[in-house]
Design a protein around this ligand. Structure first.
Ligand code: HEC
Length: 163
């Protein structure tokens, strides 16, 4: 019982033809958590950025309202420090970052209001110019959730501005 035959890490195996005891994953293995739909993963279709959050993401997250609600919690953690809770660029990091390009813009800027959902998704995933990507902290569906919430914020602030 005490001394059972076993492999130690990185030891040699006589059982496997390649002599390796640690087995590499079968070629083509995909983690069950990996997003296999390239459009959902990248925000891009054959003709460019997708204009709307992919329907399958909305459905598997119990609808747009639930997705936006989830997005609010992620936005407040991962975006608000720079862009502000209202997305107006009044985050605490911004108040310190008085060096031009490090100042996060207001998300209510007319141009940003009109970028396609896929482009907003990719900005979150990969970052853009001085903005670091948030892909390492936000999983695929959470990035789309933030897109849903940013759209809700933009709509709300736009209506407020029109009043
Ligand atoms: C560390 C601070 C920081 C964080 C965190 C951050 N941003 Fe940014 N963001 C920036 C800065 C700085 C820019 C301007 C980049 C530039 O133009 O060089 C920017 C730009 C943007 C833009 C405009 C892109 C364009 O087309 O010009 C969008 C949209 C945006 N951020 C969304 C988000 C969202 C959503 C999150 C949260 C997931 C987020 N950002 C998190 C700093 C940040």
């Amino acid at each position: 019982m005490h001394d059972q035959p076993r492999y130690s890490g990185q030891s040699i195996s006589e059982f496997f033809a390649d002599g390796r005891e640690l087995r590499p994953p079968v070629a083509g293995t995909i983690a069950t958590t990996h997003e296999v739909d390239n459009v959902v993963l990248s925000g891009r279709g054959n003709t460019g950025w997708v204009h709307e959050i992919p329907a399958k993401v909305v459905v598997r997250n119990s609808g747009l309202a639930a997705l936006a609600e989830r997005g609010q919690t992620r936005f407040n953690i991962y975006c608000a420090p720079c862009h502000g809770y209202a997305g107006d660029g009044a985050g605490s990091v911004n108040r310190k970052a008085r060096v031009g390009s490090f100042v996060a813009p207001s998300l209510h800027d007319d141009r940003i209001r009109h970028i396609p959902d896929g482009q907003l998704y990719a900005t979150i995933a990969n970052g853009i110019r001085a903005m670091p990507g948030q892909g390492h902290t936000l999983k695929v569906d959470d990035r789309w959730a933030v897109v849903a919430y940013v759209r809700a914020l933009q709509l709300q602030q736009h209506l407020v501005a029109q009043e």
